[in-house]
Write a protein that binds this ligand. Structure first.
Ligand SMILES: C[S@@+](CC[C@H](N)C(=O)[O-])C[C@H]1O[C@@H](n2cnc3c(N)ncnc32)[C@H](O)[C@@H]1O
Length: 238
């Protein structure tokens, strides 16, 4: 999965705007409860930085290690952090992919949004193990979970205008087994109602629950926050 988002990086912020509304408030509340510390918060699969910006806005004393393996997604992330003097000072962008991350000896918290279902159980166990042994007292691992295992007919999930062009995001999904979905995303660019470009990307996504994360991490579920019908944030703590 190290560069599976490369082909759709140009469209990602169109989705991010929609998602930020629900997850932003949840994260901001959680981050404000963290103890003061010089240790960084780590963000796994930071994408184009939509969550990173929320983290920075929530706490002015927070520094972030933002890991993002896709060079195209990372290009947007880095230029976004560079563009804001405060973010430039507080965010370090790294190319590592989970679970093979170089981590500092101590971390304040970890945020894993839109990523956990891309990893298999042994990768998550390795990742959680590394994070848990570095977590400071009062720190947490916040994991965003999404989706359910049921067929999804092609559905237009988004339609946005940029200049003269309309961008549409279509998703269809097929269950592969009892807990894994295969998703096909089609990005269509239209001019005056006619499709002039289409980008297809496909990925597997494991639908997880809080108990499974607790078992894989050896941590307890401090809370589970429902964002909408499809998304939840699970907060794991020692
Ligand atoms: C759905 S996006 C989420 C981006 C961001 N966290 C957000 O919520 O907006 C998933 C991101 O995870 C990254 N990713 C995929 N596999 C990864 C892995 N093994 N380790 C770290 N990041 C990964 C992808 O490159 C992509 O940028």
């Amino acid at each position: 999965m190290t560069n599976s988002y490369g082909s759709i990086a140009e469209f990602y912020d169109l989705v991010a705007r929609q998602q930020s509304a629900s997850s932003g408030q949840v994260l901001a509340r959680l981050v404000r409860l963290l103890p003061e510390s010089a240790a960084p918060l780590v963000e796994i699969g930071a994408g184009t930085g939509r969550v990173t910006r929320t983290l920075l806005a929530a706490r002015s004393d927070l520094s972030v290690l933002a890991y993002e393996p896709s060079s195209q997604m990372r290009a947007i992330l880095t230029s976004r952090m560079w563009a804001a003097p405060d973010a430039r000072r507080r965010v370090t962008v790294l190319p590592d992919s989970a679970p093979g991350l170089e981590l500092p000896p101590r971390i304040l918290a970890a945020v894993i949004f839109g990523v956990a279902g891309h990893l298999d159980s042994s990768q998550r166990q390795e990742l959680f193990g590394k994070l848990a042994e570095r977590l400071l007292p009062g720190g947490f691992i916040a994991v965003e979970l999404m989706g359910s295992v049921k067929p999804l007919a092609p559905t237009r999930t988004l339609s946005e205008q940029v200049g003269d062009l309309t961008y549409e995001w279509w998703i269809s999904g097929t269950p592969i087994d009892e807990d894994t979905m295969h998703f096909a995303n089609a990005w269509r660019v239209l001019h005056q109602g006619k499709v002039i470009r289409e980008v297809i990307d496909e990925h597997r996504w494991q639908v997880l629950d809080a108990e499974q994360l607790a078992a894989e991490s050896g941590l307890r579920v401090r809370e589970e926050i429902r964002q909408d019908d499809a998304a939840r944030v699970v907060v794991l703590q020692a």
